[in-house]
Design a protein around this ligand. Sequence first.
Ligand SMILES: [Cu+2]
Length: 159
Amino acid sequence: MIRRRAARATALTLALAAPLAAGACGTADAPPAPGAVEGSAYMPEPVTGKMAAGYFTLTNDGDEPDTLTAVTSDVSDDVQFHRTVDNRMERVESFGIPAHGELALSRGGNHLMFMGLERKPSKGDTVRLELHFEKSEPLTLEVPVEATNHQPSAAAGQR
Ligand SMILES: [Cu+2]
């Protein structure tokens, strides 16, 4: 008896909660997804053919934080997330993107590391990335390969 009553209470709770959830999702527009700041994405031409780094700035205009969980690309099957601690690179699982905030990857900080390159990217090439998030749909980025010592313009790099 007790168990049955508990089950009924749960069903009632669900019934009450459902209209609220429907209302929250009822807007015509999809929730804002992370996007790259124009001109912020680049890969410096790697010095060796073994590995390369990649940088970009993503903005999240949504009310919810999201997480960049994986990056796939056409030059490497093993794209890692690295952070820099005391001038040493350290692998991390993912990068968070705060609500109404940004994720900035830059030299000397958080970055992508393309391991075991299938070809050596040269300045003028374009590398295609697919960014995968915990919540948002995947995002495709066409990333230009720039000179080894390239620095993004102030407008793109420092927001
Ligand atoms: Cu690294």
